[in-house]
Design a protein around this ligand. Structure first.
Ligand SMILES: Cc1cc2nc3c(=O)[nH]c(=O)nc-3n(C[C@H](O)[C@H](O)[C@H](O)COP(=O)(O)OP(=O)(O)OC[C@H]3O[C@@H](n4cnc5c(N)ncnc54)[C@H](O)[C@@H]3O)c2cc1C
Length: 506
């Protein structure tokens, strides 16, 4: 096999030897096994960095991380907000280590990195430090809130029983209805939202009963192998991303990292992979490990040549990329609740429902910062509005929550647009009830032996979470390293067609 290889230019010349442009000189590629195969890791988020660390630990150093943004971290991103002299670093993306460790339960590896790199976190009491509101102001419906908490527990138990009996998946909405949980009032809906949508970024109608339950249990329930039920919130002013950047600094060499490098096309065959960047340069690799988000893969932001096979495309299009949006406000004085959390029940389900108070001693004292979260269709809706329009809606809700207060203008207002961002196209994946085990296997499976995939969405147990991205980077890179040492392999297997156990009889 003969590959095109060209003189390297400018800053790129410092990069690894597989970096090329289109003025070609020919280089012979040795037949398998390849002596020192080149690996290109696409994406510098948690999955990409942990995959690189895994290769390094396995003695494979001929790799490069290619990342479009100017820093490592992926969805771990910060924003500085606030009036001059009272500025605070807030998290655009992930904020919590979800499930840390209880007793001798397994430890969440993100929690391990937090401790290793001294990232400042604070326990976030989502269950007991809560106050409730509706469109008339403060109204105590904590009894409904607590019932909703119990219903969610019942939902997951019910889902576990279905798994044991090998029953088909249902929507989480059907699961709720089957245990008699049928929210009717705005308060019912807001409390259900708090338990469900606020975690999965989609509605119970849009979510798998079984997968959402195991996603919960494998993270939060030590009795079934989960880490623990506590959430630690990063309040570190270096940003939550510090943990993965500090981890990368321990092993990654400058010539193993290409920042500000956006991939446009991936051309692959069983002989290798060409990765074309938007500046026209082409990287030649023996193996590519793609960690781009499910949203990027779904939206053709990167093209594949040949197009990905049908089994891969069906898997990609059958999982959902959900959106989760934190909207930050800063006020010159605080006028809101003294608990950590506030729930707002609107007649429209999911309309600015979950509020979090950062202006507390253990969080950002004196900051005047509060934020509200929307998800799913509401996130998509507000991304299409101007900042001023969204701010006006948020202020109207605050006025309903605090009818007797003259609310000052905010000194800061900010929210990120994850759904529209071509590097993410959403916040994290969610598993719909029409996504089957075969789809999951195919989402992760290798294409043509050379094109490998990892990321939070390929995690069966922990899809959506930072620790899902971590475990996938670790697992897939371990498999890839074994493949390299074996002098080549078929890669991770796929299912040619995802079929029913019993055919329809129509
Ligand atoms: C708003 C929000 C809140 C969240 N909250 C939590 C939380 O509290 N706790 C938790 O555990 N998880 C949370 N998550 C999920 C968590 O952030 C993700 O699961 C995790 O960061 C995914 O890591 P990854 O490496 O799989 O993907 P990514 O972080 O998306 O990494 C992929 C990388 O590929 C790059 N890329 C994409 N396209 C291209 C291209 N064409 N060329 C080059 N590079 C490209 C991207 O810039 C990115 O850096 C949240 C996510 C969001 C957005």
């Amino acid at each position: 096999m003969v590959w095109s290889r060209a003189p390297m230019q400018g800053a790129l010349a410092a990069m690894a030897g597989f970096l090329t442009s289109t003025c070609a000189r020919s280089v012979e590629r040795s037949p398998m096994p390849i002596a020192d195969p080149t690996v290109v890791i696409l994406g510098g988020g948690v999955a990409g960095v942990i995959a690189a660390r895994t290769l390094y630990e396995q003695g494979i150093t001929n790799f490069t991380i290619v990342e479009a943004r100017g820093e490592l971290g992926g969805r771990m991103q910060t924003q500085t907000i606030g009036a001059p002299g009272n500025e605070w670093v807030v998290e655009r993306g992930p904020n919590w280590v979800q499930g840390t460790q209880t007793g001798d339960s397994p430890v969440n590896p993100i929690w391990t990195l937090v401790q290793k790199h001294g990232v400042k976190t604070q326990f976030n009491d989502w269950s007991n430090s809560v106050v409730t509101y509706d469109e008339t102001g403060a109204v105590d419906y904590l009894d409904i809130f607590n019932d909703s908490d119990d219903q969610y527990d019942d939902l997951t138990v019910n889902a576990g029983a279905r798994v044991q009996r090998q029953l088909v998946d249902l929507t989480a909405r059907a699961g709720y209805s089957l245990i008699g949980a049928k929210p009717k009032t705005p308060a019912d809906m807001a409390c259900e939202y708090y338990q469900f949508d606020w975690e999965y970024a989609q509605t119970p109608e849009e979510s798998s009963l079984i997968a959402s339950s195991w996603g919960n249990n494998f993270t939060y329930d030590p009795d079934v192998g989960g880490f623990g039920d506590e959430n630690e919130m990063s309040i570190d002013q270096r940003g939550f991303k510090y943990l993965i950047q500090a981890e990368a600094a321990e092993f990654l060499q400058p010539d193993q990292l290409m920042l500000n490098s956006t991939v446009m096309n991936i051309t692959y065959s069983s002989d290798g992979v060409n990765v074309t960047l938007t500046d026209g340069s082409v990287l030649l690799a023996d193996y590519v490990l793609c960690t781009f988000s499910l949203g990027v893969l779904q939206n053709d932001d990167v093209t594949f040549d040949p197009p990905l096979p049908d089994w891969k495309e069906e898997a990609i299009q059958s999982m959902t990329m959900a959106t989760y949006t934190k909207i930050f406000l800063q006020f010159p004085e605080d006028f809101w609740f003294e608990t950590q959390m506030g729930v707002y029940a609107d007649t429209t389900r999911g309309y600015y429902p979950v509020w979090q108070n950062m202006n507390l001693t253990d969080f950002f004292p004196g900051s005047g910062v509060i934020f509200v979260t929307v998800t799913g269709d509401e996130s998509v809706r507000i991304e299409a509005l101007s900042d001023d329009e969204v701010q006006a809606e948020v202020m109207e809700v605050l006025q309903a929550m605090f009818p007797n207060v003259t609310i000052p203008d905010p000194t800061a207002f900010y929210f990120p647009r994850w759904h529209s961002d071509p590097l993410f196209r959403g916040s994290y994946s969610n598993w719909p009830s029409s996504f089957f085990n075969g789809h999951h296997q195919n989402l992760r499976a290798t294409v043509e032996q050379r094109l490998w995939f990892a990321g939070e969405a390929t995690s069966e147990k922990y899809f959506g979470f930072l620790h899902g991205a971590y475990f996938e980077g670790l697992y897939v890179a371990t498999e890839l390293a074994a493949c390299i040492y074996a002098g080549g392999c078929a890669g991770m297997a796929h299912v040619p067609e995802v079929t029913n156990a019993l055919p329809y009889t129509i």
